[in-house]
Design a protein around this ligand. Structure first.
Ligand code: ATP
Length: 518
């Protein structure tokens, strides 16, 4: 566990040191749950968003894009159920005066039991060696089975309490499991209360409740209210989808774990409109499609898993998460929800406007059902940083070994695609040549020119930010127009002609092989 915490701390420190993520308003001691993306962070995040957009909009003839406003008519949130039901259960510890999400306390408790199972598994590996069969072990080892049953039981009770909005049952569960405050160790809990997560503000020219506006807690509603606008202007037939990337805001009870749980974050959501009765088929299709999206980037399959919901939101008839193994355990990265016709029907009722589709094949009007795929751009960012972050030993120049930190990002996501480095900075002819090369290839992709420090240190700096290639300009370059190209992962250095650089890098960073896997 300490090792894991250590890794997480290192990732956070690395993010800051290299300009990926900063705490917001840091000079004022920061603002909880709000972060700023630095020069490299914005590039990585843009690349993540580009991957999502390409795979959704560019690759599907029946999915189109939208960019709706953050502010929406206040009735939107009444209709969607957010005013009445977008709550999280809040509990305070009387001793530490710290505030927690009651369901998260229980989930963290479950995580601890899962860690115990993992320990058992490790023991099993030691005992059985090559003959070890993990699935069989989990199903037959007395302790592992006991732990798994305990988890199942807690999950069921948590699910039931959340579905029923039963705050007393939730508190009983915390007390019964003897969950202690992680800060003070105290078990002195207040009652569990509901806490609405929406931020509100006031429209300039209208006073009082009438002018109360909310900052959207999800981007989805902007899609729903535009359903007919988009369908009519694009003449799409069902099934079709609308994709959107944008900011969302939630007044999270406790925002922690870095950019995993933020108060201002970005979502990438796609709402897929289908004929009623076909929704379960589409739900399964989108579950598979979205899992493949993650795997196509090269993320190890054992870092990803589905988690079907026991507790369903008020609008859903089926829901699953794609969980990722973050440094602090498996947690939700993306949600896939079958939202029924709840949203469109509610908006019809509250607006008095029909939100139906005329099906020319069946010659009938109906309110479509909706399958939603919703992923946080920031959580995806953290997932990518944490799988990419690697500390490893590499050969050094003196025949020994040295440690390096390298971000093994898929090249399509790398913030900088290629660095151009003159071997020595005090040789004007090398500098001039390197700059000439840089000025040419920067027309093709994002490059960096770096002349400061010894060449080895510059390589390390590029490794630490995940740059797939370094180009080094030396005295031979002046003679024969060749450079060395160094591969981030294999460390192999090859001599190539300057005219080949752009093509080699372009091939490495091409979206095509990734998109082909989808
Ligand atoms: P959680 O249970 O972790 O609070 P959720 O189930 O409320 O998440 P959804 O409403 O399904 O999340 O939102 C869809 C996606 O938006 C999530 O899978 C996640 O990637 C992202 N997301 C939600 N809340 C946050 C947040 N506070 N900070 C960053 N990303 C978030």
């Amino acid at each position: 566990m300490a090792e894991v915490q250590d890794l997480f701390k290192k990732i956070i420190a690395h993010s800051k040191e290299y300009g990926f993520v900063y705490q917001s308003s840091e000079i004022y001691d920061g603002l909880g749950g709000v972060y700023d993306y630095g020069p490299l962070g914005v590039e990585l995040k843009n690349n993540i968003k580009a991957y999502w957009w390409k795979s959704m909009v560019q690759m599907h003839e029946n999915i189109v894009g939208l960019d709706s406003a953050i502010f929406m008519h206040p009735t939107t949130w009444k209709a969607s159920g957010h005013v009445d039901a977008f709550n999280d259960p809040l509990v305070d510890n009387k001793t530490s005066k710290k505030r927690y999400r009651a369901d998260v306390l229980v989930e963290d408790f479950i995580q601890k039991i899962e860690d115990k199972i993992k320990k058992q598994v490790k023991k099993g590996i030691k005992r059985f060696g090559d003959d070890f069969d993990e699935a069989k072990f989990r199903a037959t080892d007395g302790r592992a089975v006991q732990y798994a049953e305990k988890i199942k039981n807690i999950e069921e009770r948590l699910g039931q309490a959340m579905t029923d909005n039963d705050m007393v049952a939730l508190r009983d569960l915390i007390v019964e499991l003897e969950i202690a405050d992680p800060v003070s160790g105290s078990k002195d809990w207040t009652d569990v209360r509901q806490f609405n997560l929406m931020f509100s503000t006031q429209l300039g020219n209208i006073a009082g409740a009438e002018g109360k506006l909310y900052l959207r807690p999800e981007t989805a509603q902007g899609i729903f209210v535009n359903f007919l606008n988009v369908q009519k202007t694009t003449r799409q037939k069902l099934p079709f989808g609308i994709a959107q990337i944008g900011k969302a805001f939630r007044n999270e009870i406790i925002a922690r774990q870095f950019i995993f749980r933020m108060r201002e974050f970005e979502q990438m959501e796609m709402q897929f409109f289908v004929k009623p009765g076909t929704e379960m088929e589409w739900y399964e299709t989108w579950k598979t499609t979205r899992m493949n999206w993650h795997k196509a980037l090269g993320t190890s399959p054992d870092k990803l898993r589905f988690h079907d919901h026991d507790a369903l939101a008020h609008y859903a008839n089926a829901a699953a998460d794609i969980q990722f193994e973050f440094p602090f355990g498996f947690k939700e990265l993306e949600g896939i929800h079958s939202r029924t016709d709840f949203d469109l029907t509610a908006h019809q009722e509250h607006s008095g406007k029909k939100l139906q589709f005329f099906d020319p094949v069946d010659n009938e009007n109906y309110v479509p059902y909706i399958i939603e795929t919703s992923i946080g751009a920031d959580r995806m960012f953290l997932a990518m940083l944490s799988t990419a972050y690697t500390e490893e030993d590499v050969p050094d120049a003196k025949g020994g070994t040295a440690q390096r930190i390298v971000l093994k990002l898929n090249p399509v996501l790398a913030p900088i695609k290629c660095a151009v480095l003159p071997l020595l900075k005090n040789k004007p002819e090398l500098v001039a040549k390197a700059k000439e090369i840089f000025d040419d290839i920067k027309l093709d992709f994002n490059c960096q020119y770096d002349e400061k420090d010894a060449i080895g240190r510059r390589y390390r700096r590029q490794d630490a930010i995940g740059t797939p290639y370094c180009i080094t300009v030396d005295f031979d370059t002046l003679e024969d127009n060749t450079v060395t190209i160094r591969d981030r992962d294999t460390l192999e250095q090859t001599r190539i002609n300057i005219s080949e650089i752009a093509d080699i890098v372009k091939e490495k960073i091409s979206w095509k092989p990734v998109l082909k896997k989808l």
